[in-house]
Write a protein that binds this ligand. Structure first.
Ligand code: G3P
Ligand code: CA
Length: 276
């Protein structure tokens, strides 16, 4: 569905963030090598929710300015478009009231998502990032898989993007299976709030390239299991330096951070050598 330009345009914000113009993104290999990354990837959580209103273009700009390796955003499928927001309801993050799925796209786009920001479309985020880092699109609402695959393939038709820069994740594992059914190459990430029985075969069956653990429910042996399969192991949400050091001691491959600037600075300051 295409909207009039007046609705598609997003509010400008007097951001002080200087978005880098260079293009030198870290792109993960399809299979995790035996020796991992020199430091964990830093993934801006809900773009960079500690630095700007979450899941807005302003937060994306802040994440890019911080130098993140990847931006994570949440999407819902509304009136044929993928819109970027987290909750089932709009109340916490906008000036509206009610369930996201009860809104038309038009009305959703009229809301203020903080500092005059609109609820962005996924395509606006992709356009703004323009290949400068990777994007993790979390399929939050139902029936997002088909539209997300379509959006990734549309981006890949432009020069700036490599397929490996896109990662589709979800707590809804049916949607991960649907992505794999639609496209055997797009990377998927298994989002876990706990751990299924026989994690190894579960992850392999779904054909994911990464497993995303909650920092509150992660164990070294689970990370080792995942990495032993050649998959990347990430943890969410990491805002505490002690948690970061603890996860580094377990050889975590990437962390989702509300304050990616702080986590990047901490990693630079400590530069802990990795074991494998
Ligand atoms: O993808 C990691 C993290 O974003 C999952 O939790 O609730 O912040 O979407 P949530
Ligand atoms: Ca998320």
């Amino acid at each position: 569905m295409k909207l009039p330009a007046s609705i598609r345009s997003w509010a400008s914000w007097p951001s002080t963030a200087t978005v880098p113009t260079g293009y030198d993104p870290i792109v993960l290999s399809a299979r995790r090598p035996t020796v991992g990354l020199p430091r964990p990837l830093v993934i801006g959580h809900r773009a960079a929710r500690g630095l700007a209103p979450e899941n807005t273009l302003l937060a994306v700009r802040e994440a890019l300015a911080a130098g993140v390796d990847m931006i994570e955003i949440d999407v819902w499928h509304i009136d044929g478009e993928l819109v970027v927001m987290h909750d089932q309801r709009v109340d916490r993050t906008t000036n509206g009231v009610g369930y996201v799925q009860d809104f038309s796209l038009h009305d959703l786009r009229m809301l203020d998502a903080g500092y005059g920001q609109r609820v962005p479309l996924l395509e606006e985020v992709i356009e703004l990032v323009d290949g400068r880092c990777s994007i993790n699109i979390e399929l939050k609402g139902p029936d997002c898989a088909d539209a997300a695959v379509e959006a990734v393939n549309a981006a890949l038709r432009t020069a700036r993007w490599q397929r490996e820069q896109f990662l589709l994740s979800s707590f809804d594992h049916e949607q991960l299976a649907r992505v794999r059914q639609l496209d055997q190459y797009i990377r998927t990430g298994l989002l876990l709030a706990g751990v299924p029985y026989d994690l190894a075969s579960y992850a392999q069956q779904l054909g994911v390239s990464s497993v995303h653990f909650s920092v509150d429910l992660v164990r070294p042996e689970w990370i080792a299991t995942v990495q032993g399969l050649g998959l990347w192991a990430f943890a969410y949400t990491v805002n505490d330096h002690c948690d970061l050091a603890w996860l580094q001691s377990m050889n975590i491959d990437g962390v989702f951070a509300d304050y990616p600037d702080d986590i990047l600075a901490q990693l630079a300051a400590t530069a802990v050598p990795r074991v494998a």
